[in-house]
Design a protein around this ligand. Sequence first.
Ligand code: ASP
Length: 441
Amino acid sequence: MKKLALHWKIIIGMVLGIIFGFIMNTVDGGKGFVIDWIAPFGKIFINLLKLIAVPLILASLIKGISDLKDISKIKTMGLRTIIIYVGTTLVAIIIGLTIVNFVGPGKGMPQETIEKIKLKYENDAGVVDKLAKASAQQDAGPLQALVDIFPSNIFTSLGEAKMLQVIFFALFVGICLLLIPEKKAKPLVDFFDSLNEVVMKMVDLIMLFAPYAVFALMANVIIAFDDTTILVKLLKYAGCVVSGLALMIGFYLFLIKVYTKKSPQWFLNKISPAQLLAFSTSSSAATLPVTMERVEEHLGVDKEVSGFVLPVGATVNMDGTSLYQGIAAVFIMQVIWPEGLTFTNQLVIIATALLASIGSAAVPSAGMVMLVIVLESIGFPAELLPIGLALIFAVDRPLDMCRTVVNVTGDATVSMMVAKSLNKLHEPKPKEWDDHYEAVK
Ligand code: ASP
């Protein structure tokens, strides 16, 4: 019998998880059952993905850079990556702002709805937590983000999974490996090559568990939605975000077709397991190992490109998040601060949403924390901030799931483009988890 493709297995797991979640919502004690007995399996899966993310970045980047054999190529690759990342993010914000201004989802929202939302969410622990995190972030100086890239203790960076610090260290090691005699470099290069192979195999094995894990993750998401009346009221706003995100996917497919000359359908087919995981986990960081595996083994991007472009992208390139921030900021203004809706403020939103998406962590809900900073940059009244966040809080999780898909797809697209431009895009050679199983069984 022909094996069912992985993405179909994951989709089946997701659909069953959603149905199960809805059923459990109606059963007495159902929620508790999902929380105690189902959700932990989703958590285990995310833990496993996070577990291998750091060794994977380290190994593939060090090995990749030492394979480049030419330091000037690193500069070219770095520059192209950053330019394309900034370019796609700007496109995303502009799409977002155009839609929200055109549709005006926040205009004419009944006062009674605003009051209801305010009452329910203004003091919600989630909203309070986002505001606290945003203010902690703001207390840092303007160059703190730069300082944070340079670690003082690599073991702390590895332990705390500080992506940019790990990337910096790996680049540093990779460059120095190029600068010492080849004979001396070889043992370390071989070590990281071997580590890279092992971690990639771990991704294959972890993915065998993915269809069951997404079942657990989706069931857990569904049981959190008990009040659908507010969701319905926010449908127009959510619709704006989702259609903007869909346009962004269309834009990536266009880039794939025009620039890399590959078929968009082929691209979607290969990258879909990573997209589905992004959707179920709401975290580009947790999805990173799978994105790397798909891009290297199934899309044919060489390690030296994917090992740099993808981890950097997971941290700094968040097109979905910046599109969402643009829409959410204007939507909130349309509802509670219409006098702030000036052209200049929208220009400021473009700049700050760009920076905010770079500064957002690749974890669930990080986009909402940075939204506070976007709003503050245009002088949004501080006393209205909790109400502003309350307005969008109810639909944040589903939108987070969708924007994470765009974040991950954007990273994969850019890695294809950078690889193509450096002649590092090749015929993919997928590996199966059991390639050598027969020999060791
Ligand atoms: N969850 C998103 C990500 O990990 C970030 C966000 O928009 O909240 O990519």
